[in-house]
Design a protein around this ligand. Sequence first.
Ligand code: GSH
Length: 88
Amino acid sequence: MAAPDPSQLKLYQFYTCPYCQRVRSVIEDLELNIEMRDTLQDPTNREELINGGGRSMVPCLRIEHDDGDVEWMYESADIIRYLKQNYG
Ligand SMILES: N[C@@H](CCC(=O)N[C@@H](CS)C(=O)NCC(=O)O)C(=O)O
């Protein structure tokens, strides 16, 4: 499946989480414009994450594929690999 446009990606995260920092740093390096959804500052984002992905753990990358399918990717290492492979 082709990688979606970065506007179709949302990163659920919060500022002080070290795993989130690693992912944000790669996003910065790749100069990707990805919407950040802070789960500590905005409880609505946390609810969305739990309802959609099944867990409150961050980071989590919400990927909306071109066919409308939504994927919730947990684990910083998996997210970093996905970003580098598809947008690097
Ligand atoms: N193995 C995970 C660890 C992520 C993790 O431990 N995140 C913490 C914040 S730093 C968390 O979300 N804890 C709360 C929870 O699991 O609901 C990764 O590399 O992404």
